[in-house]
Design a protein around this ligand. Structure first.
Ligand SMILES: [Cu+2]
Length: 135
């Protein structure tokens, strides 16, 4: 309480700050909803013979969606920055390809999706997840 300030003004001030807290909460909630349910990861398109670099860090592959022509080999270069054992392998279950990823050392893989479709790649615990989209 500020000495000498009229009580009504004091209450108005408290009401306003309560409203601001609620508004901030709503904005935060909106961001959370957007982040988890509405945002689509940006797809990277594989082109020519350049390998696509995929960073392995903080529980996500970046990029996590890679578009590629079906029936053609695509080169993926994984760079693991996450030292936790969770990130130490990458597996393309449906393609029968897997690799160990040493921290800080790029590992290049060539995979070839046989037909149009979505091919998931994950860590061994399936916490890291990415998708190869063959068209
Ligand atoms: Cu894992």
């Amino acid at each position: 309480m500020v000495a000498g300030r009229p009580l009504a003004a004091e209450q108005d001030g408290q009401l306003m700050s309560a409203l601001w807290v609620n508004a901030a909460g709503l904005v935060l909630l909106g961001l959370i909803v957007w982040w988890f349910w509405l945002s689509k990861p940006k797809a990277r398109r594989a082109d020519a013979d350049l390998p696509i670099e995929i960073i392995v860090e903080n529980g996500v592959y970046t990029p996590s969606v890679i578009e590629t022509p079906a029936g053609k080999p695509v080169r993926l270069r994984f760079l693991r920055k996450d030292p936790s054992p969770c990130a130490e392998k990458v597996l393309f279950d449906a393609l029968g390809v897997s690799a160990d990823l040493p921290v800080g050392q790029p590992v290049e893989l060539t995979v070839q999706p046989p037909a149009p479709g979505e091919y998931e790649f994950t860590c061994q615990m399936r916490m890291y997840r990415g998708t190869l989209v063959a068209r």
